[in-house]
Design a protein around this ligand. Structure first.
Ligand SMILES: C[S@@+](CC[C@H](N)C(=O)[O-])C[C@H]1O[C@@H](n2cnc3c(N)ncnc32)[C@H](O)[C@@H]1O
Length: 212
């Protein structure tokens, strides 16, 4: 059962703006337009992917997320929704895997297996577009309320990420390390790495942008 905070979060983000990384990632895919949205929340990325002509497989661990998405996308037979965790989902072959602000909550002990599944589900030249939590984010500290939101928090150092991405060609790698306030007016340090990377056996290319 979703908490009040999670329900409020879904209401706030249902119509959120699409991140430029996803716009870029979708622009790279011209055929076999099949995408997976991991931890789809209220479905903003699903709506964008459909607009761009993708068949979308989307899952989330929260029943509430899937309920919202089923209602939102009722009648759309090119969207396949399921309540699953990163580990339990059966990843189909896809040209694009999206994981926006969701792998932040993957249990640490499961990440390696999940990351392999994501890698294996991508077709040759398939694209991963997602974000990872950095260790300086407020969510990685003691003030994060694990009883209100998702209790597992997984952070990465930049070097760990490069090593996880060694079988990908990095197209965009951006570190966001900025202080600000949440929608509720509370101070927050955002420390997020956002990545667009293409499955490849070629040498990894570094294109790093920093917002610090
Ligand atoms: C911060 S929200 C982001 C939602 C959506 N990707 C977006 O950007 O609007 C994180 C989502 O990850 C989901 N999530 C958390 N732990 C998960 C897990 N172990 N497996 C699958 N989804 C999970 C949550 O239920 C939530 O919907």
């Amino acid at each position: 059962m979703a908490t009040e905070e999670i329900i409020a979060y879904y209401a706030e983000t249902a119509g959120r703006a699409i991140r430029p990384d996803l716009v870029f990632a979708t622009s790279l895919i011209e055929s076999n337009k099949v995408a997976i949205d991991c931890g789809c929340g209220a479905g903003s990325d699903i709506a964008y992917l459909r607009k761009e002509g993708f068949i979308v497989y989307a899952f989330d661990i929260e029943e509430e997320s899937i309920k919202i998405c089923r209602e939102r996308f009722k009648g759309d037979e090119s969207i396949f929704l399921s309540q699953n965790s990163f580990s339990s989902f059966n990843y189909p072959q896809s040209a694009l895997v999206v994981a926006d602000a969701s792998l932040f909550f993957c249990p640490k002990t499961e990440f390696e297996k999940v990351w392999n599944k994501i890698h294996d589900s991508l077709t040759t030249d398939g694209v991963f577009c997602g974000s990872f939590l950095g260790s300086k984010d407020t969510m990685a500290g003691p003030s994060y309320d694990k009883s209100a939101y998702w209790s597992n928090i997984l952070t990465f150092e930049e070097e760990d990420l490069w090593s996880k991405l060694k079988e990908f060609e990095i197209l965009k790698f951006t570190e966001h390390n900025v202080a600000g306030k949440t929608a509720q007016g509370l101070p927050h340090q955002w420390h997020i790495y956002s990545v667009v990377a293409k499955k490849s056996n070629e040498k990894v290319q570094r294109t790093v942008k920093k917002w610090c």
